[in-house]
Design a protein around this ligand. Structure first.
Ligand SMILES: *Cc1c(COP(=O)(O)O)cnc(C)c1O
Length: 222
């Protein structure tokens, strides 16, 4: 096997335990990002005991995960990519955690759909900490207002998620995300990817999203 997924998972878990511990935090949860990866690699991760996975496209996830989830009912699937309102129903069917709540229209439709379906996904607000025009996420200045709007809709928000800008020091963005969350009384932070998950864990990430460091290079996004 070219990629030893079991070993990669074990190595990364060990690094997480060390980095979280060094920051006096409980170990961050490892979300294995399986977008663009073939099914055999996902199977290998499941066989190695990995239970939490992340996908960034609803359509791709809907093709890969329903059977896997049926076969392994304790798996937990996170949506970590943008959610279009026309995919909301499919997303609620599939995902246990939606990390990318990022706009009022989506929040309103989410509240309606949740009431209708009785689904109770765990919800994170995505924050555009770098205020990048092309990137999804609520701007830091708009976060408190959006959070209040979510609460008024009856949406229970568990935490915040961010993807720092390329080429900037991620630690600054992780620290900002935590500061923003703490102001709102939130205690969960999804931050850190293959290149910076140890930094994120050390700064108190409660979950890190790691793809290529586990699975190797992925197919380019369609
Ligand atoms: C793809 C992706 C990841 C994982 O990226 P790697 O660099 O492969 O670890 C993490 N978070 C989000 C939002 C992603 O889209």
């Amino acid at each position: 096997m070219i990629v030893d997924i079991k070993k990669n998972l074990a190595d990364i878990q060990e690094k997480i335990v060390k980095a979280s511990g060094a920051g006096n935090h409980p170990p961050a949860k490892l979300v294995a990002v399986s977008k663009g990866q073939p099914e055999w690699k996902i199977q290998a991760a499941i066989e190695a005991g990995q239970k939490v996975f992340g996908e960034n496209r609803v359509q791709e996830a809907a093709a890969k995960w329903p059977d896997l989830k049926k076969a392994h009912p304790t798996l937990e699937l996170h949506l970590i990519g943008p959610l279009q309102t026309n995919k909301l129903k499919a997303a609620l069917d599939l995902f246990d955690v939606i990390e990318t709540l990022d706009r009022p229209k989506l929040a309103r439709r989410m509240a309606v759909e949740i009431k209708k379906t009785g689904k109770t996904p765990k919800l994170f607000i995505q924050v555009n900490t770098g205020e990048e025009p092309q990137k999804a996420g609520v701007r830091p200045a708009d976060l408190a207002g959006f959070f209040e709007e979510c609460q008024n809709l009856g949406l229970e928000i568990s935490g915040l998620m961010a993807i720092p800008p390329m080429g900037e020091e991620p630690a600054l963005h992780f620290a900002l995300l935590k500061k923003l969350g703490h102001r709102l009384g939130l205690a969960e932070f999804s931050m850190g990817m293959s290149g910076d998950f140890e930094t994120a864990a050390g700064l108190g990430a409660t979950s890190v999203r790691v793809g290529t460091a586990i699975f190797g290079p992925r197919a380019p996004a369609p």
